[in-house]
Design a binder for this molecule. Structure first.
Ligand SMILES: *Cc1c(COP(=O)(O)O)cnc(C)c1O
Length: 376
């Protein structure tokens, strides 16, 4: 059945793909070994170094973010290596499970899914055998952002590699691969970068490149070496995802036009307006530490949240994020990242407020306080 107007896709990824990006993707495919392709290749590689804040190589995979997770591990580590991972939520848990399946010995710092990775606890868990520390920057299941610069500082001069997942923060929350001393940063296309799913990234430090020479985990498709070698000339060793790269080039142009600082400030402002709405409704945000509030999404505590999401989809044609893992039916998540503006947020929050009321929740007025923030 036709539903008039635009669907509101307010899950925290995939996000709304802007018309400019859709139009850029809608172009004839070119020969991925031909002379025109190299220009595209160089442009997107250079643009991705800019977004990550790095002078080092960025590897682009035609894969969802999960592929780049695996690439970060298999390129840098060996079977039985000890790594530290922090339980920030569902995505940290999935990455840990992957690390264990790949044969790593994971020291798991348990958490309550309301806090980010603790620099102090990571420092306490470090010993001579630890080869890497894995942290999810923006935990998409909870709306909590870990303080990566503080985690790096906690490592001091310990030689462990720092592996960071920025799949839902890249292009929406401040991130600096080189300045913060991160060794492998994992990114994905379908969240802050405003593309469909299908591209993912590793930004790679010199230290990580050095580690990859001795790393013994089996790898073939994910191996950085042949990809970085082919990238020198602007190509890939296999068929490129050419049309997604057209989209990536356009998305990077849009981020440059707006300016990354403005992009981050816009996200922080929308997050702040969303929290004002949550408080107005008399509900609670899952994130508790002021320093860890996510600019990309807000998770709201509500028993029976699945029914509210069902009502909102049916009545208002809007998708909200579900509670994942142990938060199932206990939270809903409002995505406010990617190609998004004040009135889209106002519409989103109006839909949430109406949906809560229609579903029988006696909530206060959250919309007015949110609009006040947007006026400011
Ligand atoms: C979405 C997401 C993933 C998974 O990425 P896919 O593209 O679904 O494979 C991993 N980590 C975080 C933080 C995410 O938000």
């Amino acid at each position: 059945m036709h539903r008039p107007g635009r669907h509101f896709l307010q899950i925290p990824g995939p996000t709304n793909v802007p018309d400019r990006v859709l139009r850029a993707i809608d172009a004839p495919t070119i020969d991925h070994r031909g002379p025109d392709f190299a220009k595209l290749g160089h442009e997107v590689l250079e643009g991705m170094r800019w977004v990550f804040g790095t002078e080092s190589p960025v590897v682009i995979y035609p894969a969802s973010g999960t592929g780049a997770w695996e690439a970060a591990i298999v390129n840098t580590l060996s079977p039985g290596d000890k790594v530290i991972a922090s339980e920030t939520g569902h995505f940290a848990t999935l990455w840990r499970e992957m690390a264990e399946r790949l044969g790593l010995d994971v020291v798991w710092l348990e958490g309550d899914w309301r806090h980010g990775a603790s620099p102090e606890r990571i420092a306490d868990a470090l010993d001579d055998d630890v080869r890497a520390v894995m942290v999810v920057h923006n935990e998409t299941s909870t709306g909590v952002t870990s303080r990566i610069a503080d985690v790096r500082a906690a490592l001091g001069d310990h030689p462990a590699l720092l592996l960071v997942d920025t799949i839902s923060s890249l292009g929406s929350i401040d991130y600096r691969h080189d300045e913060w001393g991160v060794d492998v940063t994992v990114g994905g296309s379908q969240k802050g970068l405003m593309l469909p799913a299908g591209l993912s990234f590793n930004a790679v430090s010199q230290k990580a490149l050095d580690a990859s020479r001795d790393a013994k985990l089996p790898r073939s498709y994910w191996d950085w070496k042949p990809i970085i070698a082919a990238n020198e000339a602007g190509f890939w060793p296999y068929t490129s995802a050419t049309n997604l790269l057209y989209g990536l080039r356009e998305a990077l142009t849009m981020l440059r036009e707006e300016g990354l600082e403005h992009v981050f400030a816009r996200h922080a402002r929308h997050a702040s307006a969303t929290r004002a709405a949550v408080h107005g409704w008399g509900l609670e945000v899952l994130a508790v530490d002021e320093r860890e509030l996510s600019g990309a999404l807000t998770a709201v505590l509500l028993d029976g949240s699945d029914e509210v999401r069902r009502v909102i989809l049916e009545r208002y044609d809007m998708s909200l994020g579900a509670g994942l893992g142990k938060l199932k039916d206990k939270v809903f998540r409002i995505g406010h990242l990617g190609d998004f503006n004040d009135l889209m947020l106002a519409g989103t929050l109006a839909g949430v407020q109406m949906g809560l009321q229609v579903a029988g929740h006696d909530v206060g007025d959250g919309l007015t306080p949110a609009l006040e923030v947007l006026k400011g």
